[in-house]
Ligand binder design. Structure first.
Ligand code: AMP
Length: 359
């Protein structure tokens, strides 16, 4: 087992080779760490900036052994890492952060909401269903409209259906593939907010200001931060963040998506046990950004300051929008972050810009 704090020169393992892994690897390199990426694709955004790439699926015992041979600590850039892979890594003597509890809670929307409510973080009313009949009876009991989501493997708005009438629940259940689902009451939110927070190995917490998020077609389009919120809302979000971090005995950065209701109350939509797209603004808006903060936390370093020094509008560059790089590079207020993806498919996150303004 590694001794913490990990000294520079140690190797950090990252499961996943996408843009989040790439930005983690860049931040880790700045602190003197090497990164080993485990990724199915030999040519990945993270792999191209990491010291080592191990090519293979996340549950390949040989690939996990190769990762364990070089890495002192392993983290992830996405939450659907098989729990078994984490247990394998731990059995090989590698620290995994965040731990398997955080992953298992975040991988199942029902377990997630149960955990949140138990820890004192409010959510919409919900029920689970494992069959079309059960979906019908739960929908009848809750009343429409309802949002039905697969319990597992949903992202960017995929795996979800609205129903306007309780009688449509069976058809929605089948359309989602006949897999276990959650039925959620509609949140009548006025805004979507999120809070990015971190917890270190010593239990210290560091919390960023809230951001306001706008989605299109289920994909994050734009983040404004720091969000203009009342002191009460900011304090409530911080209270939720600390309860979640402590309840999961968490190490690393977490993203917590919130609904702001008309009366200012907050409901938690979901938690992402990793760095988060709505935290990209911190790269150009805060003293220590979410990527360095995550590296500090998992390496057992002290957490860094989260104070904002700018107001940031973050815009995702989707598909061929990244082709505007030459124009964007001319704008003095625009910081460009490109992910090095080879192919621009519609809706694919190719990069983002942070438009930086004085606070
Ligand atoms: P999710 O995959 O859970 O993050 O949901 C994607 C988006 O769907 C959210 O960002 C919201 O805009 C919307 N959404 C999710 N759950 C609800 C809900 N219970 N009520 C209203 N809107 C929701």
């Amino acid at each position: 087992m590694a001794a913490f704090p990990l000294p520079p020169g140690s190797t950090l393992g990252v499961l996943g080779g996408g843009q989040l892994g790439r930005m983690l690897a860049l931040a880790a390199a700045r602190l003197g760490f090497d990164v080993a990426v485990l990724e199915r694709d030999a040519d990945s955004p993270a792999g191209r900036v990491a010291a080592h790439t191990i090519v293979g699926p996340y549950d390949d015992p040989k690939a996990l052994e190769a990762l364990a041979a070089v890495a002192s600590v392993v983290t992830y850039e996405f939450e659907n890492v098989p729990a078994k892979s984490v247990l394998t890594l731990q059995a090989l003597g590698v620290e995994a952060a965040p731990g398997p509890e955080a992953l298992s809670v975040a991988q199942d929307r029902v377990a997630e909401k149960q955990f949140l409510n138990a820890t004192g973080a409010p959510t919409v009313a919900f029920a689970s269903a494992d069959s079309a009949d059960e979906a019908m009876s739960q929908a009848a009991a809750m009343g429409a409209p309802l949002l039905i989501k697969t319990r597992r493997d949903g992202y960017d708005g995929k795996g979800q259906r609205w129903i306007e009438h309780a009688a449509d629940a069976a058809a929605a259940f089948e359309a989602l593939g006949g897999v276990p689902v959650i039925l959620e009451a509609q949140a009548n939110f006025v805004r979507e907010l999120s809070i990015i927070a971190a917890r270190g190995r010593d239990g210290a917490t560091a919390i960023y200001p809230l951001s306001e998020n706008h989605h299109e077609g289920g994909i994050l389009r734009r983040t404004l931060a720091p969000a203009e919120v009342s002191t009460r809302t900011a304090e409530e979000a911080e209270r939720i963040a600390v309860r979640v971090l402590e309840g999961l005995n968490y190490v690393g950065v977490i993203g917590i998506e919130l609904f702001e209701l008309k009366d200012g109350r907050l409901l938690v939509n979901e938690i992402a046990p990793r760095v988060h797209n709505t935290g990209h603004w911190t790269q150009d808006g805060c003293e220590v950004d979410q990527f360095e903060q995550h590296v500090r936390a998992v390496a057992g370093w002290p957490l860094g300051p989260t104070a904002p020094h700018a107001r940031v509008e973050m815009l995702n560059l989707l598909g061929d929008e990244a082709n505007q790089w030459a124009k964007l590079a001319h704008e003095p207020e625009t910081r460009l972050h490109l992910y090095g993806k080879r192919e621009a498919k519609p809706g694919r996150k190719m990069g983002h810009v942070n438009k930086v303004h004085p606070l």
